[in-house]
Design a protein around this ligand. Sequence first.
Ligand code: PSU
Ligand code: MN
Length: 304
Amino acid sequence: MTTLRLQDEIRDALADGHPVVALESTVIAHGLPHPANLETATAMEQEIRRHGAVPATIAVMNGVPCIGLSASEMERLALEDNIRKCSRRDLPIACARGETGATTVAATMILADMAGIRIFATGGIGGVHRGPAMDISSDLHELASHPLGVVCAGAKAILDLPATLEVLETFGVPVIGYGTDTFPAFFTRSSGLPVDTVCRTPDEAAAIMISRDRLGFRQAVLITVPLPDDVAIDRETAGRAIEQALKEADERGVKGKDITPFLLGRVDELTGHASLKANISLLLQNARVAALTASALARASRGG
Ligand code: PSU
Ligand code: MN
């Protein structure tokens, strides 16, 4: 078994049944520009603490999977440009070669589950890409087999959202709309596509996770939160920027693990950085909802 490095505070919280929220690191290394990446990662940790939970940012540092990072480790992920983007297939390579890697939603779920963490906050999950090339994020595959609650703003709008929801259905992942009856599309509040159920409180969301556990299911529960109204980008503006970014990606032959960072970066430039502002705001909101849900889950578990 690979040994995880767990920060003492996180180990104690897990042992005592206190709420813990996992955070990914690809958003730091590949998702947001410097210095917004470091500021946002730090602010997410603070937001989680403010709402009564312990943050656990996850990454591979010098070949060691780490649950909880020091300030200087976060800074390394935010500054260095040779950080490997780690999904499941990359973890054995990064560990064997002593590399430092940022974990995607997929790899973060794997490591969080190994550590016994039950709630994870991120921006937008990966999904089925548009276009003829068969590019399906391994985020979807891992959502099928780790019993976490994953708080997100839906899937990135650069994706094929109807196909993404179909795959989630096939894999048996319940999709909750947190205060909404439609699936949020990252920097727009609604994709217009229906969710499986609406929850209005953290306790309601936690109750669905508890039923999932009682049924013995291993699927994640996806808790989707629309981004705050004041930073949302309207569907037409976002749609135009996405079309343009997709066209450029195609012309330049951007593929594989590079496509998501490329599209997010171009959409940000094309929206005059409205998408960066939206991204930061939704990440903080998701951190808060995750902390509240982790607390609700901890209370429910203590109550029997
Ligand atoms: N959403 C964002 N920023 C990101 C990502 C998603 O707003 O940086 C990252 C997540 O880590 C997600 C990954 O797991 O992109 C998906 O990459 P891919 O499509 O290559 O599986
Ligand atoms: Mn992919």
